[in-house]
Design a protein around this ligand. Structure first.
Ligand SMILES: [Zn+2]
Length: 351
């Protein structure tokens, strides 16, 4: 796999990080198939992957970045690769870090078709612009507290620059136009661009009604946040637990396993070139579900008792080889997954 870095300096954030920290990473996954990874110093805790597929006549793009500024960087890189227009965009799910660049692509490529599931479009239509506000407020509050205790001018400058970056992000996410999907589907959609086949599947990941893309000829699977890499920046594998239920998410992971993909592109982080991480995550979900169901069948009823009965430490250690105890974030993740598994196991009743 060829892997190299694309130089793309963004002026307003230059004070925060060095030029090297602000470069997109480009990986060629197959002939005409490129993965662009955003720099976390620009996209903060979430740096969504974008896959661009160059066809005979046009380009298809999966997800459009966390930030408009990053989307503009990706568009500039696509234009270096080809003068063919982007005619098709796929939005994996409603979380804003996967579609905030829609407006930039629509501006650069008027008439671009944007595909998502019916559910995703409906969620996007109903959501306000507050998706990031809690995380931004937390990030700024932490830095302001650190600023009060800063011991050097350099530290103060660093924190002030980071707060400015958060403020710029907040402004962008508050103002970004909601450019909605123009074509929706349920369950599955297959289309061709030239000779290349694209298969879209409606799946459950950290959001219901998500879309995963499979390129059968190249055996490339692009998962959105139905699978997230541990290097995604803000926590443990699989990083995010927003979905209301675990069983349909596990069914999605099983579906992915059956595809026998050669390359798996997660929602964030580098591409996988084997199925080890996917298999481990499916094993984790299966084990939690089995243990939760077992505990409830033995008569445990409170969330605390059910959580105490679940032990997946051995699986947790395999996510962080060499560690002597599972990452504390992993424990937190398991607690949340256990709560959701217990809830869905008994008709949605909260414990
Ligand atoms: Zn998500």
């Amino acid at each position: 796999m060829r892997k190299f870095v694309v130089c793309a300096l963004v002026m307003f954030a230059a004070a925060v990080a060095s030029a090297a920290d602000l470069q997109l990473t480009k990986e060629t996954l197959a002939d005409g198939v490129y993965l662009f990874r955003a720099p976390s110093d620009l996209d903060l805790w979430t740096a969504t992957n974008v896959v661009a597929v160059v066809g005979d006549r046009d380009v298809t793009v999966f997800d459009t970045c966390t930030r408009p500024v990053t989307a503009r960087m990706v568009i500039a890189e696509i234009r270096k690769i080809t003068d063919k227009p982007v005619r098709t965009i796929i939005n994996s799910h409603w979380h804003m870090d996967h579609w905030m660049g829609n407006a930039e692509f629509a501006k650069a490529y008027p008439g671009v078709e944007i595909i998502a599931t019916e559910e995703t479009r409906a969620y996007m239509q109903r959501m306000g612009n507050a998706f990031f506000s809690g995380s931004i407020a937390k990030g700024v509050a932490r830095r302001r507290a650190d600023l009060a205790n800063a011991t050097s001018d350099a530290q103060r400058k660093q924190l002030e620059d980071e707060i400015a970056l958060y403020d710029a992000f907040a402004k962008e996410s508050a103002e970004v136009p909601h450019v909605l999907p123009t074509l929706t589907y349920r369950e599955e959609l297959t289309f061709w661009r030239g000779k290349r086949e694209f298969r879209l599947m409606s799946v459950v990941g950290d959001a219901t009604g998500s879309t995963a893309l499979f390129l059968p000829a190249e055996k490339i699977l692009v998962t959105g946040d139905a699978l997230v890499h541990p290097e995604s920046g803000d926590g443990p594998p699989p990083w995010t637990t927003n979905s209301y239920a675990i069983t349909p998410w596990l069914a999605t992971l099983r579906k992915f396993q059956a595809l026998d993909a050669r390359v798996i592109v997660p929602g964030q982080g580098p591409a996988f070139h084997d199925e080890a991480y996917l298999d481990l995550t499916a094993e984790l979900y299966q084990s939690i579900l089995d243990q939760v169901h077992g505990a409830m069948e033995r008569g445990l009823t409170t969330l605390a008792d059910i959580q105490a009965a679940v032990n997946v430490d051995a699986i947790g250690l395999r996510y962080t080889p060499g560690a002597t105890a599972p990452d504390p974030d992993f424990k937190r993740l398991v607690g949340v997954l256990t709560k959701k598994a217990a809830q869905e196991a008994f008709d949605g009743v909260e414990r």
